[in-house]
Design a protein around this ligand. Sequence first.
Ligand SMILES: [Zn+2]
Length: 124
Amino acid sequence: MDFFDKLSDTLVSATKEVGQKAKDVSGIAKLQYDIKCKEDDLEKLYADLGRKYYQIKKEEPAEDEAAAFDEIDELTAALADLKEQLMDLKGAKACPKCGAKVADNATFCSSCGAKLDDMFEEED
Ligand SMILES: [Zn+2]
């Protein structure tokens, strides 16, 4: 085998190796994507199940779960408060029918469903 044959063999095997690596990389990316999707689906199912469990058990949580139930209640209340603060900053109005805070540009009350445009106009 002369020099050029050797060089050619080396180049061919190097090219094959690069091709295999590209295949590996796309295979890895596809598998990582598949894994991520399945993990997300699994997390959603666990979360849904947890929500159902919370709804069923919230009146009488087991002793060793009471702290987690309390934490969920506290976070839910804190979230509602933060959302109300955000609505205030965005210039929310109170629904004339039920008093719920509604976005400034809302057409209907998200709480009672009352049509708001008419009511706000009547106020003027
Ligand atoms: Zn309302």
